[in-house]
Design a protein around this ligand. Structure first.
Ligand SMILES: [Zn+2]
Length: 180
């Protein structure tokens, strides 16, 4: 889709609503909940039951991983947006399920299209190798478990008693399976 068409869609959103009823929203999610999920386009806010803006905070990255940046967002959600529940939501058929070889191929692809040697690509990503750059994982359920554990036990999160749970969203059936 052309950029202009996407921009037109953004404008339409406001027009469709006739008048914009969300002016009073503050950015504090009504459900006091944040979802850490994947960037995958099959996962939209409505799969979580969101009907309107202002209900749920969603943090996304490839693979729904706890990274330096998603941790930053989680801390803002907890300490600035009154969030009490964290849902980690991975999904089946995730592009984040990458073998080490697959991650090497990604580095090679970037290298070719940017005319930069693979070593330069890694240097720019501040990583020693492709696995460190792309954080691929083999099993989504195990990855969700690991992420839940790491969030729960993070020294900046553990003492405040936030509820943390993990799910896998099945992209074929639309079901959520609770992992823990
Ligand atoms: Zn994914």
């Amino acid at each position: 889709m052309e950029v202009a068409e996407v921009e037109k869609k953004l404008k339409n959103w406001k027009n469709i609503k006739f008048y914009f009823p969300y002016k009073e929203l503050t950015g504090v999610p009504k459900w006091q909940t944040v979802v850490l999920t994947c960037m995958d386009c099959r996962i939209t806010s409505n799969v979580f039951g969101v009907e309107d803006p202002g209900e749920l905070t969603i943090i996304r990255n490839a693979g729904a991983l706890l990274t330096r940046d998603s941790l930053r967002s989680l801390l803002i959600a907890i300490y600035e947006l009154n969030v009490r529940n964290i849902f980690v939501c991975g999904h089946t058929n995730c592009g984040g399920q990458m073998s080490p070889q697959r991650m090497d191929i990604t580095v090679e692809k970037i290298s070719k299209r940017t005319n930069s040697p693979p070593q330069k690509v890694l240097e720019l990503l501040e990583a020693r190798n492709a696995s460190q750059a792309f954080l691929g994982f083999e099993n989504v359920s195990l990855q969700v478990k690991k992420t839940v554990f790491n969030i729960k036990n993070h020294p900046l999160i553990l003492p405040v008693g936030v509820h943390v749970s993990g799910f896998v969203y099945h992209t074929q059936s639309g079901e959520f399976v609770k992992i823990l």
